[in-house]
Structures are given as C-alpha cells and as structure tokens.
Design a protein around this ligand. Sequence first.
Ligand SMILES: C[S@@+](CC[C@H](N)C(=O)[O-])C[C@H]1O[C@@H](n2cnc3c(N)ncnc32)[C@H](O)[C@@H]1O
Length: 221
Amino acid sequence: MEVHDKASRGFIDGSAYDKGRPSYTEEAAEYIANLLKKTPDKEEVKYDVLELGAGTGKFTQMFINKLDKLVVAAQCFHWFANETSLKEIQRVLIPGGVFAMVWNHKDSRIPWVKQLQDIVLSYYTEDIPRALDYKWKPVIENFSGFASGENLFLSGIHLKGSKDFIVEHHCTISVMSSLVPEQKTVAAKKLRNVLDSDEATKNSNEIILPFVTEIYHCVKK
Ligand SMILES: C[S@@+](CC[C@H](N)C(=O)[O-])C[C@H]1O[C@@H](n2cnc3c(N)ncnc32)[C@H](O)[C@@H]1O
C-alpha cells in the first residue's frame, strides 16, 4: 500500500515523536480492552490483536498482555482510510471482531491552542490526510463489512512543559517535521510568538496542553 509522502518523511524521528507526543490514558486503553470481551471465541484464532501504524509503540505499551481479537489503529487510520485497508482489516478479523481507532486531539476550544493549531493547519495541503477532517468516517460508514460504528470522546493525557517543549510537540506533527530546516525554523517562531504573546501562556514556565481522546470502533459483520 502506498504511504503518503508526509507520513513516510514526517515520522522518521522516532525519539522526537516519543518525547513530544502524549501517551493514552488507562481509561481509553481499558475501554478498548473491554470491547474485546464482547468478541466470540474461535479456535482458529492464533493472534488476537493486530495493531496498525504502531510507530514507536506508544499505544502498544498500553496493551501488552491485555488484549485479543481486535485490530487497533492509534493516531493513524486517517493515513490509510480506504476500501483496500478496510478489506484487509475485515479479512483478518473474526466475525464479531472489533476494529478500533483512537486519536488524541488537542483541545482547540482554548484560544491559544486553536491559534497553534491554525499555524499547523496552514502547512496542510488538500491531499494530506488529517484525523480532524473526518474524511475517514464515511469511508468506514460506507463499507459494508462492518456494523455501524460508535464514537466516544474521553479526556486525554495533558502534556505539560516549557514553551520550547510545546513548540517541539507541534514540530512532531508530520507536516511540520517534514518541513525543510529553514521552513521549520520559521514555523517554530510563529508557534513561539503565540505562546510569548497570549495572556494565558506568556508568563508561564509550565504550560498545560490539554488533549481529548477520540475512540471510534466498529464490529465485523
Ligand atoms: C502519528 S503516528 C502514530 C504512532 C502510534 N500508533 C502512536 O499512537 O503513537 C502515525 C503512524 O502511522 C503510520 N502510517 C502512516 N501511513 C501509513 C500507511 N499507509 N500504512 C501503514 N502505516 C502508516 C506511520 O508510519 C506512523 O507510525
């Protein structure tokens, strides 16, 4: 399957990604783990879980020794939201098996968070998939192999750190990390300017960046 250029170049620096991105809460992991309990037992099942787009294993760590009969895609399904992927996911799941997707979204109801998001958004072109454009959703809903999905929003893990850290976090987003160094410097300055000028952050040594975790799951028919 083709990997989008921004994805193949944007996630090269695993250590920056691992440092700069939030993990997932026990609550989110437990919710997904419990979905598995609803799936039927089948003798022919060799492996119970298949994780897609595992990256540095942030989400995987939550699940070691916990799960089976599930395909999970953390922070990545939007990159391969197409019928070919869904056919393959459906193929490997047992009937009644669950395909679960999870995303951490920054809480852009907060004005300075929204301003930072808008800067990141300005680097996107129409062809670059984003979780928050929700183009992935009709792809699943129009796919006949899964029963209709369910959405759940939970409070996520809140990142805490200096202004530099908040800028670095934004620079782990693939559209940002795949910029050439000069462009990245300009982008980082724009982000820093927001943090240096917004009333809520300008005098703060430790900034809290809140996340909301979205879980969407569907069941193989
Ligand atoms: C934002 S990272 C998420 C990593 C990890 N799941 C986590 O929660 O931190 C997105 C991942 O999707 C993977 N990815 C992007 N496009 C893909 C594709 N077409 N097929 C498989 N993986 C893909 C990237 O390589 C990267 O590891």
